[in-house]
Design a protein around this ligand. Structure first.
Ligand SMILES: [Zn+2]
Length: 106
């Protein structure tokens, strides 16, 4: 199983293995960051897409990123696996290799 290079919940770049979330089985999540996902579950399981869009916008505004970049990131959130409700099974036994061809570029 390859690792996504952006979190499939919040869209944050996962450019370091330590940023990957963790599974109950003890592996690394192949698709979520550790802010969104720990021990096999979402840290905020009831969060809606709208709330996530708001969170991402605030986080990016805090970093003073360009408005166009923020809009693109927020508009693309619904394409991520969490919000598509696309089931993805499997986890990583080893620290993930980052595959740059996966995921959206923001
Ligand atoms: Zn995340």
């Amino acid at each position: 199983m390859e690792a996504y290079n952006i979190c499939q919940s919040c869209g944050m770049p996962i450019n370091d293995p330590s940023l990957h979330g963790t599974e109950t089985e003890g592996g690394w999540s192949c698709q979520y960051c550790h802010y969104c996902y720990q021990n096999g579950q979402f840290t905020q399981p009831t969060m809606t897409l709208e709330e996530m869009q708001y969170n991402v916008r605030c986080r990016m505004e805090d970093k003073h990123l360009p408005e166009t970049l923020i809009n693109t990131a927020v508009e693309n959130l619904h394409c991520l696996n969490r919000w598509l409700q696309r089931p993805v099974h499997g986890f990583l036994q080893h620290p993930p290799r980052i595959n740059p061809s996966y995921g959206l570029t923001i």
